[in-house]
Design a protein around this ligand. Sequence first.
Ligand SMILES: [Zn+2]
Length: 487
Amino acid sequence: MKRRTVIGLEIHVQLTALKTKLFCSCSADYRHSPPNTHVCPVCLGLPGALPVVNKEALRAAISVCLALNGRVADRLRFDRKHYFYPDMPKNYQITQYLEPICREGYLEIEYNGRTKKIRIRRMNLEEDPGRLVYPAGSPLHSPYSLVDYNRAGVALLEIVTEPDMESPEEARLFLEKLRSILEHLGVSDPSLEGAMRVDANISVEGGERVEVKNIGSIHEVERALMYEIVRQNSLLDKGVKPKRETRHWDPAHRVTIPARVKETEEDYRYMPDPNLPPVRIPAELVKAVAESLPELPDKRAERFVREYGLPRKTARVLVSRKLLADFYEDVVKMYGGDPRRAANYIVNDLLNWLKDYGIKALYSRVPPERVVKVLKLLDEGVISIRQAKELAEVIVKKGVDPEEYVKKAGYVKISDEEYLSRIVEEVFKEHPKAVRDALEKPKAVNFLVGMVMAKTRGRADPVVARRLVLRRLEELRARGASQTSSR
Ligand SMILES: [Zn+2]
């Protein structure tokens, strides 16, 4: 039985482009530093230390709000959220409770050929907690745990959607869209470890809401949701109602497991932070940020369709990552040929092989000049489409120069007519029915040409191959006519 599924997401995004943390001048670039080296009295919560709001964090939050079609709050106000856990040196987290910086946004995703609006309820600006480090890798196998406060106080956005998604695919599409927007805004690099963490709320009709906490990647969100749908449906099939609970996603075993019982809203004892009195967010600041917003993915995709004549689907794939869209435009500029051919090659051939290395490796593994060289070899008829496809693998995996590779591999098209005539002869013998079709319908000629290409493993010059097939057909027609007349 198919039951309705409802999904809402809470996404934590680190503002990784900021130089310093949200309330102090410690460096926010902590990932490759020894533990507890990016700390000061403010982010360690020592008595008497006073937080000061990072103005760049405010600008970044406003830009994300506007990009998510949201309404920026009139004032900036922070609250304390209390809980006791070793990753939180102050025993409270500075966050926004009553007055989030952003409300009522939305993003549009394209799913099954239609556009769907996913509403965003609110977005908070808050500080990241520290990090627990387990010497044996996981809490289960470690005799003790260590705390690293380098991350404590790093600026974080918490984006909360309405429960508008109905499938794991929609959740993935939403997160991919959000990721590309963050990349285009230049406020966060979501591909950094821990820079984008997701809590997913999911309920299946007839059951209660289940929250799956702290999922580390978009791909894992989709997997965790698929798992939960199966788990909750099978409970319901047995007549058991899934209970309201918090679970963790275990990516190694690909299951969700029940988590410790968390505080409820009342337990957090929210209160305004007395060290951070509310301040007005100047309308001029919001206006200035709005005016400096870069071209965002939707607009960029539209421009790709308009300017380069790309199909919408291809344009959307290209803008799904900022780096990919930049790469495409670099290739187009250098190439000067058909932008659609460039897009096809990147989307259909290169991306496939790049999967193993990740999108970040794009420029380093495949400098745009190399792609341009392949496209030009193709335009000049030196290599066939099939060979260009083969080259995609070679240039990504081996990092070779396509021109040199083509020379060495003897990638030259076969246009030797004598040789190709023999192949045509063979094809005609093997496919008598196709030959009869081709004598009557010009469209059926393509099949015979295709067979010649296949027999030469794509190396035949398609123009010559077609000419020879047509010539052979003409000969057959002439012979047929003379036989009839001689009777
Ligand atoms: Zn600090």
